[in-house]
Design a protein around this ligand. Structure first.
Ligand code: PLP
Length: 450
């Protein structure tokens, strides 16, 4: 456990909140949580420390976002230096030097022709921005009938109304009314029995992409603006794309003039052994959403990459004035740009985007050893992502996942449960020894759970 900051100040491990009542917490069963709160007081490298002094290995990189590990002094110092230079300037009909330089540098990391980038503050805003760009682009080039937005079952695209409307997780949707009109969903790729325990990309299910043809036949291609998918579904419980599925989706979109959006909020910035899933899978979307790892989670930021054709479509408008009436006060915030620049330095200098591939043989071997563990019905793994799925306890779905995750925490690994799956996405700096320890902890926790 670290005891000092880089400035020599002591880390206070005795921090405690005075009262838990006022904070209305996100995605938390808070009546339960506030009885026995987990309070995190510091983080270094691969590890968190809580207010009881208990240290845990971060098996989730925060929430799929701290890809370079915690407390990177280079990033901290860049943020502090930027504060001294310029704390804030907006980018509405104005601009500061860093936001332009950062945009130029960022687009070099994503495949051609995604050569332009729009800044947001989160994954949810990136998704809503992407959907709006798709609609506005079609309208700008005289195809304003293309208004339908297609998502996929089991998808997670953040919690804005746009993202929620194309998402496919019923619990997230059902409390919020009718959502956007004119959305529809293709079938999910998860749950094929033949794909269980298939390490890497699952062999079966490429033909599920053809479900888009069903929606084309139902609605007419000229009513469909875009299809959005996560190249690898994360928050739904790690759903890997069947081999050739993404290429097939790309081909169908091309055949019908439908834009393809990849939501790379979790796959972006190294998680799967390249900067983006588009690069790793060799399938390039028209629009790509990112966030999270872009600043190593130090300052909130998101980025939406658009193709040359889309950008040119807006710039070719015969209307004078603003080409896209959209933006956020903090689009391209100087502190976020400084954090993003410094994060790219680390990714580049430490070759972190290559690490998931190098670690994968050990990752896969360790994960697959859980085949045969108590109640385990599937293990999925690819790059530095994994999921260990347990059968739901009869009459008490989610209980097994929650109990096993709690046991992992007690044994020194902070693992997230999504449903009855334990889901893994550690910082890319994890060592082989830490991978071994993580899976040993998970095995013990699963075996101890009825
Ligand atoms: N899209 C995907 C694929 C995500 O996984 C997430 C968050 O996990 C989001 C969008 C939303 O990101 P945020 O929570 O930053 O709004």
């Amino acid at each position: 456990m670290a005891s000092m900051t880089s400035t020599g100040a002591p880390i206070d491990h005795n921090l405690r909140p005075q009262d838990l009542d006022a904070f209305f917490m996100p995605f938390t069963p808070q009546r339960q949580y506030k009885q026995d709160p987990r309070i995190i007081v510091s983080a270094r490298g691969m590890y968190y420390t809580d207010s009881k002094g208990h240290e845990t290995l971060d098996a989730s990189a925060g929430l799929w976002c701290v890809n370079a590990g915690h407390y990177r002094t280079h990033i901290n110092q860049a943020i502090a230096a930027q504060l001294e230079q310029l704390d804030f300037a907006h980018n509405f009909n104005s601009g500061h030097p860093l936001v332009f330089d950062y945009a130029q540098r960022l687009v070099k990391h994503v495949p051609d022709p995604l050569n332009h980038v729009f800044f947001t503050n989160s994954g949810s805003e990136s998704v809503d921005t992407a959907l709006k760009i798709a609609l506005a682009y079609h309208r700008a080039r005289g195809q304003g009938t293309r208004q339908r937005l297609i998502g996929r079952e089991f998808a997670y695209h953040g919690m804005g109304f746009g993202g929620l409307s194309v998402a496919g997780l019923v619990k997230n949707r059902q409390a919020f009314g009718l959502l956007l009109p004119g959305t529809d969903h293709i079938r999910g790729t998860h749950g094929l029995a033949a794909n269980r325990f298939s390490a890497g990309l699952p062999p079966e299910g490429a033909e599920l992409a053809d479900d888009l043809e069903r929606l084309v036949n139902l609605h007419g291609a000229d009513s469909i603006a875009a299809v959005i998918v996560e190249p690898i579904g994360g928050a739904g419980g790690v759903h890997l794309p069947p081999q050739n599925y993404l290429q097939r989706l790309r081909d169908i979109c091309d055949a019908h003039g439908i834009l393809l959006i990849f939501d790379e909020v979790i796959t972006g910035f190294g998680r799967i052994g390249a900067c983006t899933a588009a690069e790793r899978f060799g399938v390039t979307p028209d629009i790509m959403t990112t966030a999270k790892g872009i600043t190593n989670a130090t300052v909130p930021m998101g980025a939406v990459f658009v193709s040359e054709a889309i950008y040119d479509g807006f710039m070719a408008s015969d209307q004078p004035g603003v080409e896209l009436n959209h933006g956020y006060t903090y689009s391209g915030h100087p502190l976020a740009c400084a954090a993003g620049m410094a994060t790219l330095d680390i990714y580049e200098q430490e070759n972190l985007f290559d690490r998931p591939k190098a670690l994968y043989p050990h990752w896969e071997k360790s994960a697959m050893q859980l085949k045969g563990a108590k109640n385990v019905i599937d293990v999925r793994c690819f790059a530095l992502i994994g999921a260990i799925e347990m059968s739901p306890r009869p009459g008490a779905p989610l209980a097994r996942g929650a109990e096993a995750a709690k046991r992992c925490y007690e044994r020194g690994a902070w693992v997230r449960a999504i449903g009855d799956s334990l889901v893994l996405s550690p910082p890319l700096i994890i060592s082989e020894e830490e991978i071994t320890r993580l899976f040993n902890i998970i095995q013990e926790a699963i075996e101890a759970t009825e």
